[in-house]
Design a protein around this ligand. Structure first.
Ligand code: TLP
Length: 348
């Protein structure tokens, strides 16, 4: 059976143009900063996000870890949204490897308001770890791909700075936010001290993320990347696809967003299922499975039998993600498959 794969935009394959660019990439030793293709990707990424410099890293997880290690010291307190990817899905690396003290703030659909920061932050006191860093996420994955624009980002970043914190943004899907809001990515991240984004998700490159920030920050981050084993030598072979991704793949994310909306509207009409359509803003759909259809895990298994792959992300919640390999036809077929799964699944 050929599956319609809505598990994640990470499943995207490199385009033909990417494969050609990879085959022809000029390369050098990137640990010596001598790989021209990696250097090109880093400069391009920094330029698109309005920062001084960039650093190519193997994954989003490593980019976030390196950012935390660069900004904070062992024992420092790092504030994160309670459902953030860095807190929930990065194997606890910021505690285990960076040795920082994570403290969570429950945001509103992933958004931390300035007031929440002001009431959470602690005074300097011998009993408390020094608060050093705020990590934000945009789009917010667990909230369902919610994008935040400058009018939300700037006040929070400004409040953090007033409180003496630096701000790192997990912008794994920042270009989804930019396309959805019709605002340049650099305007969204203007007040962030560092940003990481992934070329390996909706942008379709096979590997990698870029961390951007000031030149001083990136110079220090380069050493931490080496420390955690992220110095990749002739990495231009994979960075070449990242260059193509940044130059040619951003605007088409709008198609993924339109398909997600179409999928969400269809799913919302299936008896026993519900979707909060106001939350469908980018390429993700959070599907709530009514109790009479069983748990999300059970329903995802039924969906798989009907040819649709998706992850359960909560007891009654399934996440579906659209991407370049999902066509409008796939959306119609996926909806038919989910309707079949729902008809068969009534739990007595
Ligand atoms: N997210 C993956 C899974 O790990 C959940 C996905 O399928 O969405 N930040 C955010 C906001 C992410 O969504 C992800 C990946 C990462 C960081 C980590 O990136 P990688 O997988 O490159 O380490």
């Amino acid at each position: 059976m050929e599956f319609i794969d809505l598990r994640s935009d990470t499943v995207t394959q490199p385009t033909d143009a990417m494969r050609r660019a990879m085959a022809e990439a000029a390369v050098g030793d990137d640990v010596f900063s001598e790989d021209p293709t990696v250097n090109e990707l880093e400069a391009l990424a920094a330029d698109q996000l309005g920062k001084e410099a960039g650093l190519y890293v193997p994954s989003g997880t490593m980019a976030n870890l390196v950012a935390v290690m660069t900004h904070a010291q062992k024992g420092d307190e790092v504030l994160l949204e309670a459902e953030s990817h860095t807190f929930l899905n990065e194997a606890g690396g910021i505690a285990a490897v960076a040795g920082v003290f994570p403290r969570t703030i429950t945001g509103k659909l992933g958004y931390i308001a300035p007031e929440q920061l002001r009431t959470t932050i602690r005074s300097q006191n011998v009993h408390y770890p020094p608060s050093r860093l705020l990590c934000l996420e945009n789009t917010h994955n667990r909230a369902g791909g919610i994008p935040f624009g400058p009018e939300e980002m700037n006040p929070t970043c400004n409040a953090a700075h007033e409180l003496g914190l630096v701000v790192h943004l997990d912008g794994a899907r920042i270009f989804n936010a930019a396309v959805a809001l019709g605002v340049p990515a650099k305007a969204i991240v203007r007040e962030c001290d560092s940003v990481m984004f992934c070329v390996s998700k909706g942008l379709s490159a096979p590997v990698g993320s870029v961390l951007v920030g000031s030149q001083t920050f990136i110079d220090r981050a380069r050493r931490f990347r080496k420390m955690v084993g992220g110095g990749m030598r002739q990495a231009g072979v994979i960075a070449a696809a990242g260059v193509v991704a940044l130059k040619t793949m951003v605007n088409r994310l709008a198609e993924d967003h339109a398909n997600a909306r179409c999928l969400a509207e269809g799913l919302a009409a299936v008896p026993g299922l519900s979707v909060d359509l106001t939350r469908v803003r980018t390429n993700m759909v959070l599907l709530e499975v009514g109790d009479r259809l069983g748990s999300a895990a059970e329903f995802a298994t039924r969906m798989k039998r009907e040819g649709v792959l998706a992850f359960d992300v909560g007891r009654q919640t399934i996440r579906l993600v659209t991407h370049r390999h999902i066509t409008q036809g796939d959306i119609s077929r996926a909806l038919e498959a989910v309707r079949r799964a729902a008809r068969q699944t009534v739990v007595s």
